[in-house]
Design a protein around this ligand. Structure first.
Ligand SMILES: Cc1ncc(COP(=O)(O)O)c(C=O)c1O
Length: 508
């Protein structure tokens, strides 16, 4: 069969496939005028939303099963509609049925961000839609991503030979790190390899271990001390026991800021132990690593720049919209050895001088992630990022001081970075309001009170908090990392915690 459809008896003048090739139906493009009008309509809606989010309730109506059932479409529409009409219910209703994650009062979990310049970078990335998975296809665009990785490495004080990878988030960065450590130290002998992490690690690490072929019986959850940091004595003992059993310890995954309480593991001691024992030290800094950008705060993260690999999450500590994580590997050649590949249908990989994403990570086609980090840094400048990260640290210290003075609140952890935890107890009858609880209610009662405290604050609408359960105790948490959270929101947080606590202790 040649390329002329009319020479193929199975095809008619319309191509023989039931498709009229001359019809407008097959033309999916819009005219420049239509694009401009559609773009303006959508941008107006997005900007109106950005304005609204400053005053929106911190948690919308997330009990939305009926709404989900009502909007379910078993089939896509056959005919298209105006984009404004399509998006109207999304902005008027569906978006509002959510945690207001980019709102100033969002201090739950680990806040993300949503800097507007990064939003526009997504538009530019997809509006130009170039292939940035390999250097050869768009060298100058990929160079911007290479710059971003170098800047991240510089802030983390990683050496010049470090290389990295922009991922969709911290989870995928941790996954690739485990693969690199496994490839470097275990080769084909996966079964005996043992990974060590603390009981407080983010669950994506154990999930990643499983995806990387490290089975559950080769993952050790090392106990923590009173500050929820990995216990070095327990780590050393676990490694020795595994060696004695003929297994091969190969990786310690520490946390630079746990999700539960913000604890920073003893990074220098873990570096030393891993060095002595020939283990890889990967640090999950998805929450906390960005604080290393601020020279005054580097002491809290001492040892971070000597780790073998490091996860960062620009969609947390750089306030970007969801979808941008990062992995740095100290010896960049290791990252490349674990992920590099070639194929007959692909152009040659770039020279060592240039960064070539597909050689350093698992993906080929991908969104243009580099621009989402590069553009905000160009528009705002690095100094403003440092100032904002530093401010979140300082606000957390002030906020923790004020929260600790609320009658009935017992601090469980003070902020090492910008996260602290606490619980509510009933102060001793007859004691002054500031007196510590001498006869604490039992754990179940304190847990009930603390859960109710979180809910009471959220119900007031200004501040969204979340708690966590650690060893049977429910902890309230405040995590300050939204770029829109400023002093006014700290004050709101303290006021609402104080009034909700007073209400509970009076009524309960
Ligand atoms: C410490 C830590 N590690 C990893 C992750 C997972 O990151 P992501 O949600 O970006 O995949 C989180 C998310 O909050 C985290 O707090």
């Amino acid at each position: 069969m040649n390329g002329d459809p009319s020479s193929d008896p199975s095809r008619g003048v319309d191509g023989g496939l039931g498709v009229d090739t001359a019809s407008d139906l097959a033309d999916l493009d819009h005219t420049p005028e239509q694009m401009a009008a559609m773009g303006r309509a959508v941008l107006d809606m997005v900007v109106a939303h950005q304005k609204e989010v400053m005053h929106a309730p911190c948690r919308g109506g997330v009990q939305a099963d009926d709404v989900c059932r009502a909007i379910r479409q078993p089939l896509p529409p056959e005919q298209g509609r105006e984009i404004e009409e399509v998006l109207r219910p999304l902005f008027d209703d569906w978006v509002k049925r959510s945690f207001t994650t980019p709102g100033p009062g969002y201090m739950a979990f680990v806040p993300g961000g949503g800097l507007f310049s990064s939003v526009l970078a997504s538009l530019v990335g997809e509006g130009t839609n170039r292939f940035t998975g390999i250097f050869a296809a768009a060298p100058a665009l990929v160079q911007l991503e290479g710059d971003v990785l170098d800047w991240l490495a510089g802030w983390m004080q990683y050496p010049a030979e470090a290389r990295g990878l922009l991922t969709t988030g911290g989870s995928m960065a941790n996954f690739s790190a485990i693969v690199v450590a496994r490839e470097t130290l275990l080769g084909q002998q996966l079964r005996d390899g043992v990974l060590y992490t603390s009981t407080q690690v983010h669950h994506c690490v154990t999930k990643s271990a499983r995806m990387a072929g490290i089975l559950a019986d080769r993952v050790r959850m090392v106990p923590v001390d009173a500050h929820y940091r990995m216990r070095m004595d327990a780590l050393a003992e676990a490694i020795a026991a595994d060696r004695a059993a003929g297994l091969k310890p190969f990786l310690v995954v520490s946390s630079a800021g746990t999700t539960n309480t913000g604890a920073v593991d003893p990074l220098p001691a873990i570096n030393t132990l891993c060095h002595e024992q020939g283990l890889w030290h990967h640090c999950d800094g998805a929450y906390g690593a960005m604080f290393h950008m601020v020279p005054e705060l580097r002491g809290v993260l001492d040892g971070l720049s000597q780790t073998d690999s490091l996860t960062l999450d620009p969609h947390k500590g750089m306030f970007l919209p969801y979808g941008t994580g990062a992995l740095l590997v100290r010896d960049g050649a290791r990252l490349k050895a674990a992920h590099g590949a070639s194929a007959g249908y692909l152009p040659d990989a770039a020279d060592e001088e240039f960064y070539d994403p597909a050689q350093y990570g698992p993906e080929l086609s991908r969104d243009y992630r580099g621009l989402k980090v590069w553009l905000p840094l160009q528009v705002l400048g690095a100094a403003r990022f440092r100032a904002a990260v530093h401010e979140k640290y300082l606000l957390a210290q002030e906020c923790a001081e004020a929260v600790s003075r609320i009658p009935g609140v017992v601090m469980d952890t003070w902020p090492e970075l910008s996260l602290f935890s606490f619980h509510l107890t009933r102060p001793r009858a007859g004691a002054g309001a500031e007196a510590p609880a001498a006869e604490p209610a039992d754990l179940a009662e304190e847990n009930r009170l603390t859960r109710a405290l979180m809910e009471g604050v959220i119900r007031r609408g200004r501040v969204m908090l979340s708690g966590c359960e650690v060893d049977g105790r429910f902890l309230g948490r405040v995590c300050i990392l939204c770029f829109r959270s400023r002093r006014a929101q700290m004050e709101a947080c303290v006021e609402d915690l104080a009034s909700a606590a007073a209400e509970l202790l009076a009524g309960a």
